[in-house]
Structures are given as C-alpha cells and as structure tokens.
Design a protein around this ligand. Structure first.
Ligand code: 2AM
Length: 479
C-alpha cells in the first residue's frame, strides 16, 4: 500500500518547516514527520490552510503516507542526526525510493551515505539548499547531487519550489553524482564568506579613511547596488548600515560586538582546497579574518601595538576614494569567484562529477545569499568557452580588471599606509599579480629545498630532475 503524499519532510525545525510549506503552497501533498511530534502538530495548526499536509507520528506512518517511489526530505542537523535518521528510515524503504538530505552535510559524508544506500537500492540525494529561512519558504537555490535517475523523479518538484532568476529560469539543476551537490553548496558558502569579507573591508575603508558615517556608507552601497555590484549582499549591507539601534540611538553596527561567527562550510572550502591543491587565498583570508575577530584576548593584548598616524581625507578626496573602493571591491570579487570556480572545477575533476560551471553560476542567480547580477557574466563566460581554464582568462573579466587595477592598487596601498586591515583586497591582488608574474620566487624556494633536503628541481632549459651537491663542489647531477 502506498500513500498519497508526493513528498515528505522529516525534521521540522525552521528550515524543514518552511520547505514543507513551500512544497504545499505549490500544490504538493506533503507528509510531515518530526522526532518530537509536537512540532508536526504546530506546523499543521499554524499553517495547515496553506496546502495539503499529512501529519504522521512514527517513521512507519510517515513512510506509509508517501506515494511510490517515495521521496523523503531529511532536514535535521548535519552530522550524527542525519545518520541516525537514515538508519531509522532506510529499513522501511524499497527499491527506487529517494532520500534527500537538505542539510549542510560534508560532501564526503554524502559520498559515503550515497554509496551505502545505493547498495540497498535507495537513491540518496545530498542537496545544497541556500537562501536561509526565507529562501526555504519563498524559493531557495537548490543544488541536488545523486543519480540522474533520482533527478528525473525529483527535479520537476524542485524546479517548482526553487527561486526563479530574472529570466524566469528555476534556480536548480542536477549538479552531478553522489556528493556533487553538497560540494557545490560548500563552495558557494566559501565564496559567500569572501564576498562578505570584501564588503566589510570596503565599509571599513569608507569609515576610517574616507571618514564617512554608517548612514553615508549605506548610501554609497545603495548607489553601488544600481551598478555592476548589484547583489543581495550589497543590498542588505545598506540596510544593516542604515539601521539605528533603538536602545541607544547609535548606528546598529557600533553596538554589535565585532566578533564574527562561522559555521563549518567556509572552513571546509579552505580545507578541501588545500587537499585539492587549489589556491583559494581570498576565501581563506575571509575565514581567518573571522577567526582573528573572535580572538578577543589576543586583540585586547595587542591594542598597544604601533600603527601609522591616520590621515583622514577631505570631502572631495573622500568621494574620489569611494569610487576607487568600488573598483577595488569589484576586482577583488572577480578574483574570489575565480578561486571558487577553480575549486569547483578541481572537485569535479577529482570526483568525476562533470559539473557544468556555467550552470552553477546560473542557479546562483536567485534564492541564494550570493545572488548577483554579476553571475550572468560568469555563465556567459563559460558558455562562450566551456573549457575556460580560469575566470581571469575570460576577456571580459580581464579587461574589467585591467580598467580597475590602478584604483585597486591605490586603495590597497592606502589601506596599508593607513593601517586598515584589508586581507581580502590584498590577497586578491597578490593572487592576480602572482598569476601575471613572469617569474615567481618559487625558483628560489626550489633551490632552498634542494639545498637542505635534496628535494631536487627541474630546469627551464631542459627536461629532467636535478640535484646540486651543495655541501661539495656544487656539481649538478641528474636524478
Ligand atoms: P526535534 O524537534 O525532535 O528536536 C533540528 O534540530 C531538527 O532535527 C529538529 O526537527 C530535530 O527534532 C531534528 N533532530 C535532531 N537530531 C535528531 C535525531 N537524532 N533524530 C531525529 N531528528 C533529529
């Protein structure tokens, strides 16, 4: 006997609840389950009018409520809870049923779970969902991995509930097998960290160097949001900066403790990049910047350290400087995305996912935190050249950076001279200059490594591997 619900959601905390409501609002019959039944009943009591829900109180009842092949969305805290829920439900499922994990799982866990379940005839679809609570309810960007077959049954439903980009296209696509969806979501979050850090640095420069108030900076961001930086993060930055704390009458940003939190995905992006050998320095600096901010004791003990004397700008200079900061922010943003997409390409190669990078940019245009006009450009770059080795190899982006670079350099130079920390801007610029450089000091590094560890080196003028007898007569031997 199979039930009537086209989809079921177990784990009805805020994300699960909103996703269930989103399915119901699109006309699907949604089975509901939660470890603690009270949450299930609350949902039906509060939002039962929005669609057809089938509340259930046990895993057996939940599974029986679903039509075949069953589609169960698991929305529990990533980690042990996901494994616990899978162990509970898998024995009740049959060949061809689909478990969708919508949590922020590590893609290696997703690969393991997918393999185990595949051997039992069950599809496991590790799915990135971005957009927070509001996205889950009104349309997130959805990044499902798993088998192509599972996407056939699930895809049309996800396309209904996903965010729609400006051209109406749903922000979902089959990313690739097993852990591909969670890998892409992880990288999305890493890029999000970098975006936020760069915006933070722009803010601090406008505050400390240009001498603008938070309200003035909000206006600057509003202006930027009408141009090429048009994005959700720039839009909400203006909102946050113009908010005044009701209790004190001060700008909200001045009463918030300046210690940022981080969840796992930003850190994973950097850890995995190191494993894959991908230089994501901008993303890494964003993760480290949050870490530095959180070391309250270290910062307190360092307040006496010497810095330069700040030289605030006059009004005219400040306005010109703000324009330069826009250039620096945009150029650094191109670099962050270049690094993030490099990681996507490397992951895809390593795990045989065959990820369509242009499609990824396309499904990030709506619903998710990094949604931005700019993403259309990335899609365009990959459409024009599917094998693009790096976003910086796209002529459009290269030309834009070329036009921005004088201001980018001026802004970072000013930041350094005035002692304003801009790890994101400077890391991005260093990456750009490293890639451009005719020669890097890596040749010297190789010499040092060969000297102290006989690690060998290769030559520019002929093939082979060489070692110099540093302790002796410095003869070169080919090894
Ligand atoms: P709860 O309401 O019974 O606590 C977010 O924590 C969601 O995940 C909640 O719906 C929570 O259920 C659920 N959850 C957390 N750990 C779980 C577990 N080990 N098994 C089942 N559900 C779990």
């Amino acid at each position: 006997m199979s039930g009537t619900a086209q989809i079921g959601v177990t784990g009805l905390a805020v994300m699960g609840r909103n996703l269930a409501r989103n399915f119901a609002r699109h006309g699907y019959t949604v089975a509901l389950h939660n470890r603690t039944a009270a949450r299930t009943h609350e949902l039906v009591e509060e939002f039962g009018e929005e669609g057809i829900f089938v509340p259930t109180e046990s895993p057996e009842e939940f599974v029986a409520a679903l039509e075949r092949p069953r589609r169960l969305v698991v929305m529990v805290k990533a980690g042990d809870a996901t494994d616990a829920v899978i162990q509970e439900f898998a024995p009740l499922l049959e060949d061809g049923d689909v478990i969708i994990d919508g949590g922020n799982a590590h893609f290696e866990d997703t690969r393991r779970r997918e393999k185990e379940l595949r051997e039992r005839g069950i599809h496991f679809v590790g799915t990135g969902i971005s957009g927070g609570e509001e996205g889950a309810l009104h349309g997130p960007s959805i990044m499902p991995g798993g088998s192509a077959e599972s996407y056939e049954s699930l895809g049309p439903m996800l396309e209904k509930i996903a965010a729609k980009a400006k051209d109406g296209a749903p922000c979902v696509t089959h990313i690739g097998p097993d852990g591909a969806g969670h890998f892409v979501k992880m990288t999305h979050n890493g890029i999000e960290y970098a975006d936020m850090q760069l915006i933070g640095e722009a803010y601090q420069l406008l505050r400390d160097v240009a001498g603008y108030s938070p309200a003035q900076i909000a206006d600057v961001f509003r202006t930027w949001n009408t141009g090429r930086l048009d994005s959700y993060l720039i839009e909400i930055t203006a909102e946050v900066l113009s908010h005044v704390d009701a209790a004190t009458g001060k700008p909200f940003v001045d009463v918030v403790l300046d210690q940022a939190e981080q969840k796992g995905t930003g850190r994973w992006t950097v850890q995995i990049a190191l494993d894959l050998g991908v230089p994501v320095s901008g993303i890494a600096e964003a993760v480290f910047a949050r870490s530095v901010s959180g070391h309250a004791d270290l910062r307190e003990a360092s307040r006496h350290l010497a810095g330069p004397t700040a030289k605030p700008l006059g009004d005219d200079e400040a306005a010109a400087f703000a324009d330069q900061v826009e250039q620096a922010l945009y150029a650094s943003k191109i670099v962050s995305y270049t690094q993030g997409f490099h990681e996507l390409a490397a992951g895809s190669r390593q795990y045989d996912w065959n990820i369509d990078l242009g499609r990824i940019a396309a499904i990030w245009r709506g619903g998710c935190i990094i949604r931005a006009a700019f993403l259309d450009r990335i899609t365009g770059a990959y459409e024009a050249q599917p094998q693009l080795p790096s976003l910086l190899a796209d002529k459009g982006f290269a030309d834009e950076i070329a036009a921005a670079q004088d201001d980018w350099r001026a802004v970072t130079a000013t930041a350094v001279l005035q002692g304003v920390p801009t790890p994101g801007f400077t890391a991005a610029l260093a990456y750009y200059d490293s890639l451009r450089a005719a020669r890097l000091p890596a040749a010297l590094t190789q010499g040092q490594r060969d000297y102290f560890g006989a690690h060998t080196y290769r030559r520019t003028d002929r093939d082979g591997t060489f070692h110099t007898l540093w302790g002796g007569d410095k003869t070169e031997i080919e090894s």
